[in-house]
Design a protein around this ligand. Structure first.
Ligand code: ZN
Length: 160
């Protein structure tokens, strides 16, 4: 079946920056899973996946507007180190996860103090043109429960 609204899709990907340097990939773990049409993934990637099928392999290059967004000024924030997720020892330049009112977010460490850390809360890839190399592993229809929840369920059912 082709990917359409409410398809649950599993795919492997490789993410490259403008100069072709690999930023991340999913090939050493489980494929990424999302439900089509619910903005669970980067908008331009979701668009590119429309009408694709299992086994399709393709690359798509996304400008920041369709990728991880533009960089915004004034997104620096000072937060207590203990609010960082995953018990990390922060260092300048490190990508960390921080709990916000809108849920966990990625941010880049600018400066580390004794108790606080200054973060740039722009997405680490904001402002960058990126390329996804995608391989579609599985496409199925969402269950009525998934549609109700607005997100896909893995083998263990609802994780949220
Ligand atoms: Zn659920």
């Amino acid at each position: 079946m082709k990917i359409e609204h409410n398809s649950v899709v599993r795919f492997h990907y490789r993410l490259r920056d403008e100069s072709g340097v690999e930023m991340e990939h999913s090939h050493d773990g489980e494929p990424n899973i999302y439900m089509h049409g619910h903005r669970g993934i980067t908008p331009g990637l979701e668009e590119a996946l429309t009408d694709k099928e299992v086994g399709d392999v393709f690359s798509v290059t996304l400008l920041p507007e369709k990728g991880f967004g533009l960089r915004e000024e004034g997104r620096e924030q000072r937060v207590p180190i203990k609010h960082l997720l995953g018990k990390v020892k922060p260092k300048a330049g490190m990508v960390v996860s921080v709990q916000t009112e809108a849920g966990p977010r990625q941010a880049v460490v600018i400066k580390v103090g004794k108790f606080n850390v200054d973060l740039d809360t722009n997405h680490p890839l904001a402002g960058k043109t990126v390329t996804f190399d995608v391989e579609i592993v599985d496409v199925r229809e969402a269950t009525s429960e998934e549609i109700e929840h607005g997100h896909p369920h893995g083998d263990g059912g609802c994780q949220q």
